[in-house]
Design a binder for this molecule. Sequence first.
Ligand SMILES: NC(=O)c1ccc[n+]([C@@H]2O[C@H](COP(=O)([O-])OP(=O)(O)OC[C@H]3O[C@@H](n4cnc5c(N)ncnc54)[C@H](OP(=O)(O)O)[C@@H]3O)[C@@H](O)[C@H]2O)c1
Length: 349
Amino acid sequence: MHVDLALVGFGSVGRRFVRLLGERRDRLCRDHGLECRIIGIATRRHGWSVARDGINLSDVLARVEAGLALGLPNGPPALGASDVISALSRSAADLRVMIETTTLNIADGQPAIAHVEAALDAGCHVVTANKGPAAFAYRRLRDRAAANGLSFLFEGAVMDGIPVFNLVRETMPAIDIIGFRGVVNSTTNHILSAMEDGEEFQPALTRMQAEGIAEADPSLDVDGWDAAAKTAALANVLLDADLTPHGVDRVGIGPASASAARAAKAQGRRLRLVASAARIPGGTVRAAVRPIELPPDDILGRLRGMANALILSTDVLGDVAITQSSGGLTQTAYALLSDLIAIARMHHA
Ligand SMILES: NC(=O)c1ccc[n+]([C@@H]2O[C@H](COP(=O)([O-])OP(=O)(O)OC[C@H]3O[C@@H](n4cnc5c(N)ncnc54)[C@H](OP(=O)(O)O)[C@@H]3O)[C@@H](O)[C@H]2O)c1
């Protein structure tokens, strides 16, 4: 089966995805019958490129990593994204998939939502690692994909490559998810672990920025926005909520969390930034992100450093926990790949 792809966003995740696609090329062909080609790439500051017969990937990887433009002159971002999506829509491949990996905009999830809508309207499936579309507009995008007979998948948006959405969709039929609790942001977990061992907030954060774990602007992580976006996405999909990150009751961590983390540890407990959501009587979903002191036997309390975990409360299976010891680029790139294979299975069984 011939698969044509267009990439909107070509940063760390997009480039790792392209390399993984190359590394798994034989496997994709042998085990899944997939032959993938990238026919368009759009970025914000590095221009865009379209080639109907497939882009020379080693060339564009080298250009972007040298800080050069992709090939065509820089245009307004919307022009680049819409041009590659429209080129994808004209492809005669068996499967056309837009891979969206632009930066999260915590104000309103744009322009990623517009990219997803444009691709679905153009008859292309969508895979994204961006939390924005599922966190701000899940119902609308899900319904638009279904109306057009297309898929909109986003496994990489939460817990990198660990299957959460696919696990529930594929392996838990006829089950109700009642709620969830989790530690879903690695940076804050890393800082809380360091602080309970005696480090102060600012040195711990600075060290994590130097190690490339925390962003130069860490506010998305430490203020709880990243966790709130993941919580909204999880609640929208698993609990049929209609939330945005701004509807999540949110408290982040800061310098004052150091003494709280140490006080908790002194009592054999652990302070963790816990994301949670549950349906309350009356049917609405309440979601929160806040530092919580956890008892020593709580799975979430045992997570240190980059570890993440999510505990799903279900009506039939009781609690189901998913943990990951450390995530990152390769795992997120793999989530994009696994969504791509899921689409091939669903639409060309
Ligand atoms: N990094 C991770 O481990 C990880 C894990 C899970 C999920 N994610 C999510 O995956 C997404 C990508 O992350 P990343 O680390 O690859 O980010 P990144 O390195 O900052 O790359 C973002 C890419 O999006 C492009 N872009 C931004 N706005 C655009 C627009 N309006 N039109 C077209 N292209 C646009 C950027 O172009 P320029 O380079 O030209 O600015 C860049 O190529 C984010 O939403 C992130 O939250 C990341």
